[in-house]
Design a binder for this molecule. Sequence first.
Ligand code: ADP
Ligand code: ZN
Length: 607
Amino acid sequence: MTLNPTDVLKEVYGYDSFRGQQEEIISHVMSGQNAFVLMPTGSGKSLCYQIPAICMDGVGIIVSPLVALMQDQVEALSQLGVKAAAINSNMDLHAVSQAQQALQNNELDLLYVAPERLLMEGFLHSLKTVKISLFAIDEAHCVSQWGHDFRPHYTQLSVLSELFPEIPRIALTATADVPTRKDIVERLHLDQGKIFMGGFDRPNIHYSILPKNRPKEQLLNFIKTEHPDVCGIVYCGTRKLVDETVIWLRGKGIKALPYHAGLPREERTENQKAFLYEESVVMVATIAFGMGIDKPDVRFVVHLSTPKNIEAYYQETGRAGRDGLPANALMLFGISDVARQRSLIDDSNAPEQQKRIEHQKLSSLLTLCEAACCRRQVLLTYFGDESEPCKNCDNCDNPPEMFDGTIPAQKAMSCVYRTEQRFGLAYLIDVLLGKDDDRIKRFRHDQISTFGIGTDLDKFQWQNIFRQLISLNLLMVDIAAHGGIKLTIKGRQVLKERSTIMMRLDEKPPTPSAVKEPKEPMTFANESDQTLFQLMREKRLQMAQSMQLPPYIILSDRSLHELASKRPSSKDELHNIKGFGAVKIQKYGDTFLDIIAANSSSERMVS
Ligand code: ADP
Ligand code: ZN
């Protein structure tokens, strides 16, 4: 018997309507055709293969590189009453043979496997003896060398089209630029299939990019005022910065945990688990962390170091707010990071042409950082999408003022030139400010024409000017020469021609004493709804701990929020709450109805 997707959406998942192209994709796959789904994180890609797998006869085979997370996915599906299992190298033999038995008995709707396992001859052979509804290839960018996470095993997945030509294949990814897309389609033989591209916009994420100025304090301030008691991720460029930041945050009473490739495997697993299972963990990590983390309620992502390009930035920030509730992405941006990224590119073994591409990509990121217009517009344009100014980014909130920076730019650049292009930022600013300093005297830089010509601005303002000149590629930091700042060819030209240079007027970030009022990530109609929400959140955490599940697998914040404001009083009414499918109503309905009843006045319950 074939079930109907809309009924499954309502009965199993507790959702009223499909999002975006979900319905179209599902019916396309159910009609037996191949598909390539390119949609941002959090847009609901999983349902595009889960629902067909549930509706159609046979088992859906889900290929995913994320072995560590398979168990969570299986658990989440089991909570919905869906028959799912995983087979991977993290499981003991007994569990593997149980799953294999269930597969052979045709008892499963979904089976998650890593590509290594799928491609074993014995395994492919055993698949020949069961009924398969579809193959889903998750994180499909791993198939491409152009993608940012190439996995050689993935390239062999082309055998699926040879061995199972009649079974539909659906490939899914959130990140793929044009060459990667082409590669995926070719390597997975999806040529006959349809490409579904969702809008790239993540409207619930607020973007802001600030110049660095005592970054640890900026971070702490941000967490304390905007996001106390929730989970977030802080990305750092180096392991050392991860460790330092964890110590700093802990000293300030924040539950921060480290994650980077230098930590023992057990510690990483444990920290990742804490992040998934607890409610207010700040994960401080290198980019080693995050791939496949589909925790829906990550409320913020901070970049303490500049990411390497816009794709990386968008993917990393995309881990916030998958549940669609307001989330925040903050990047702190400084020139030493840019210089570091530039030298990482130069020092890599990549061919020259690849290096040029990487440098260009980094320059696009700098354009985003220095942009005075809507950040979302810059981001979406980069991905070939359009949008109006979004009213949900720092530049829309407070449009930055621009000023004619020609004169200070000339002062800064000639100071670089007259000090022989070998000194760092701090020194150059001291010269411009005419500081009484032994080193300056020793080099006789108190004798040059640019000594003391910059006293009309302060140190912070000069930092911003130098940063923008570097972003504009007029100056560069020479890492090989101990961070000395040099003129670029373009910079020499601009200096000679006295071209006009417009700059952003950056405001000094507020000092910690001038902090704003804490902002609630969710708004409630009144205090009693909020209290009820908190009570239910505590209950959910207790249940999660006793069942050893992440809290969001029981119910999402969004569902709790809806419960608190609508206050249903019967299981029937629970059908109208998002995320309450039949199984969850049966399992948890009474628990939450009891809390609601105990905390509602009789009047409210009647209405
Ligand atoms: P992706 O795989 O694209 O990153 P997910 O499949 O994990 O996204 O979905 C993100 C969140 O959105 C999940 O919590 C999921 O249950 C929810 N979701 C998906 N489809 C719908 C829908 N049609 N209505 C409401 N919520 C949905
Ligand atoms: Zn905007």
